[in-house]
Design a protein around this ligand. Sequence first.
Ligand code: UD1
Length: 428
Amino acid sequence: MDKIIVTGGTPLHGTIPVSGSKNACLPLMTAALLTDQPLTLTNVPNLADMKTMAALLESLGAVVTREPEANRAVIRVERLRSPLAHYDIVRKMRASILVLGPMLARDGAGTVSLPGGCAIGARPVDLHLKGLEAMGAVLDLRDGYVHASVPRSLHGGRLRGVSFRFPVVSVGATENLMMAATLAKGTTRLVNAAREPEIVDLADCLTAMGAQIEGAGTSTIEIEGVDALSGTDHAVIADRIEMGSFMIAPAITGGDVTVTGGRLSLVDTLAEAMQAAGISVEETPDGVRVSRANGSIKPVSFTTEPFPGFATDLQAQMMALMTLADGVSVIDEKIFENRFMHAPELTRMGANIAVDGGRATVTGVSGLRGAPVMATDLRASISLLLAGLAAEGETSVSRVYHLDRGYERVEEKLRACGARIERVRDDE
Ligand code: UD1
């Protein structure tokens, strides 16, 4: 297992390019299940999850040609050989559930392992299943698997369009049902749908494949089912979470960095919170420039919410910044339970954070000190790394495989801006 050693205290200066979005790419890859023609994706991030998703699709019958270094993948599913998503793959990556909607839409059958518990709370998949059931799928939960099929009596084994209201906003369930609906018989109306940019990116790709979708990016999406979809070429949107994470780097170290490849509208809410903290954030022709000369950081309280609210995936990073604020900030986590696992680790570095259920109260301190800390999930890991960049002395972040799930070449990107950071083998 690797660990990352950061020697803090250097203000970052320079440019950091943003990769393609992991969270957009995962559903886009599963969209290839909806057609027998090739789907070519570009701007694909070179991350472990892409490899895992490729392996899952291959196990279902896909031929996947990956060029990770060129950030490109071509996926072709001439036919679904085995509609079974095995536990061994699903347990590694919850997004595996996204193959269920497309498999049902394409062939009227699919079996997917139920994802296990997850470090950031229970994270059920009930909404995915309820929606597919409403579309006519018959589900049987046994042996840890969801066995789903569409009865032949229903339009010859084809899902039906329905009006479905999500009781809570879910990104994954919106994606799954939107994909399922593209090939259903009739019109599907998804109400209280997620509005995330990743949903819009998926809708754009599906539309290019021949789907009829209206309203993606709003809370009501209407999909008119078609008989077949074709292949297309699609460039994955920039990763707004990676972008936001790197925006914190100059803010926390007191530097000046332009994060390129994404646009400000992807990170509006974070930018507003950072500006309220006294950080300069401005749009440039190729990205966003963030700087903090030597002014203090003002405390900002915020609540995580579905898009366009403050992203739960940026909560840990903003918390790292708030540990150095001039006062008290209150952070309410409303999306996932148990998503403050970075708080005790930040505390080891000298932060003053009190967690009470879904609320964290952060009392800013004048400085952080390097310490050995442990990454517990993807976004917690980057927050520790960001804190390490600002801390005095050496911080070693262990279990960086979490980090590698979401950040491509992270040390290289930060080092290019002056960060003292290296990856070492951790033999403990
Ligand atoms: C996606 C992102 C993840 C991000 C999250 C919220 C991917 C691969 N992952 O995850 O990085 O943190 O959005 O922005 O895109 N819920 C249910 N039942 C369900 C589904 C969800 O109760 O069937 C609940 C969840 O427990 C959670 C909330 O709905 O409280 C939002 O979850 P959801 O938007 O579905 O997250 P993911 O799509 O899994």
